[in-house]
Design a protein around this ligand. Structure first.
Ligand code: DCP
Ligand code: CA
Length: 395
């Protein structure tokens, strides 16, 4: 029997506010509002739970938040700092499961199906993640676990603040049934109103509505709505479409021109990138090399390959060719080296696989992946913040 599908959704609590509180602990348990930079829309990005008690919400104009919560502490915030914490979170999560899909700056899905054998239970695994994030970053992350992304996402929201909620396998529909329809990701004001007009207030009622009725009102999304209301979704945990590249870079302790060292560093990073590429079953057509010099100037060089590749060896040899050329042109000491792959596709052209060397490289890479499995991966990419759109509305 195959293990039941287990999906985790991890989400920082009051992300921007919590990061600010790391530097200013005196702001803990006080109403804090981050947002409103003059160069952006003057709106609230993140509100502490204390501020939310006054009705302050993300997306609201700062002026309104100030009226609702005049005693609150208002901070403009620093996106760079948040991005740094975001990457650190993705890094930690990636150490627990290579099947990770960042969906926003502070949240990610993990496919953890079958991982109980490594941690005793999925619940333990989630607790280990929460402890690790708290220890390494000092931040609270809430985690929801379910049989699909939909259930996991709702569960993490219900787990907040600083909580963990596991919906037992097979109980997704039961868990969602009593909730108001607005709890489902993607149901906004418009969809909610239309559902209300049909007398549908809870997810249980939505799940029990005939598909034909929903199709008449929501078109092709009718079926999706009904399925999601039961926690049914086959959507896979995978690299988001906008994460089109995988890269790894390292800043050295000391600036260097030691060619042997640079070569072995490049080889190591190529392996990291290659491992990540193969975990997602992707092939890359473009290799990018990044070099930063002692004077902080940097160079980026790209090579497009005749066919898409996924082996460490191919990534390295393209990267090496670019590096040799770059170092020939520029004689300064190297401060940072990076390698990345882009133009990702689902499959490589068969040509590269059919000849003996392609097959050998593929086998070698697969064997190395097995050996490295326990070390996890370190290549980091950032998910862009995706504002949750109302997905059930027809155009
Ligand atoms: N964000 C933003 N503008 C919005 C919503 C969010 O800039 N309209 C930013 C700030 C948030 C971060 O994204 O801190 C994460 O968004 P969440 O919706 O996860 O909100 P929080 O993490 O602040 O709170 P919660 O504890 O509810 O997750
Ligand atoms: Ca959050």
């Amino acid at each position: 029997m195959t293990a039941p599908r287990r999906i985790m959704h991890a989400d920082f609590d009051t992300f921007f506010v919590s990061v600010e509180r790391l530097d200013k602990p005196e702001l803990c348990s006080k109403p804090v509002i981050v947002g409103g930079r003059s160069d952006q829309r003057g709106v609230v990005s993140s509100a502490s739970y204390e501020a939310r008690k006054f009705g302050v919400r993300a997306g609201m104009p700062i002026s309104r938040a100030k009226r609702l919560c005049p005693k609150g502490t208002f901070i403009e915030g620093s996106f760079k700092k948040y991005l740094d914490y975001s990457m650190k979170l993705m890094f930690i999560l990636g150490e627990f499961s290579p099947f990770i899909e960042p969906v926003g700056i502070d949240e990610a899905f993990l496919d953890v199906t079958g991982f109980e054998s490594l941690h005793g239970s999925i619940h333990n695994m989630a607790q280990e993640i929460r402890v690790c994030v708290k220890k390494e970053l000092g931040l609270d992350v809430s985690i929801g676990i379910g049989g699909s992304k939909v259930t996991a996402k709702v569960a993490s929201k219900n787990a907040k603040p600083n909580g963990l909620l596991e919906v037992p396998a097979g109980e997704d529909a039961l868990f969602l049934a009593p909730m108001p329809v607005s709890k489902l990701p993607g149901i906004g004001d418009k969809t909610e109103k239309r559902l209300f007009s049909l007398g549908i207030k809870t997810l249980g009622q939505l799940a029990a509505t005939p598909e034909q009725t929903l199709k008449a009102y929501f078109g092709v999304y009718g079926r999706l709505l009904k399925e999601h209301a039961q926690g049914i979704s086959t959507s896979k945990v995978e690299l988001p479409p906008e994460a089109k590249s995988i890269s790894k870079e390292t800043t050295f302790m000391e600036d260097t021109r030691d060619i042997k060292f640079l070569r072995s560093m490049l080889s190591y990073m190529s392996e990291k990138v290659g491992k990540r590429l193969r975990e997602y079953g992707k092939y890359a057509k473009c290799i990018t090399l990044k070099v930063k010099y002692q004077d902080f100037t940097s160079a980026t060089r790209r090579k497009t390959l005749p066919h898409a590749i996924d082996s460490d060896e191919d990534i390295f040899s393209a990267g090496w060719e670019l590096l040799e050329r770059e170092l020939h042109m520029q004689k300064m000491l190297v401060r940072l080296l990076g390698i990345g792959v882009s133009y990702l596709s689902e499959g490589g052209t068969q040509m590269g696989l059919l000849d003996g060397s392609g097959l050998r490289k593929k086998r070698l890479s697969a064997a190395m992946d097995k050996i490295r499995h326990k070390y996890g991966f370190r290549a980091i990419y950032t998910g862009k913040t995706i504002e949750m759109k109302e997905i059930y509305e027809e155009e």
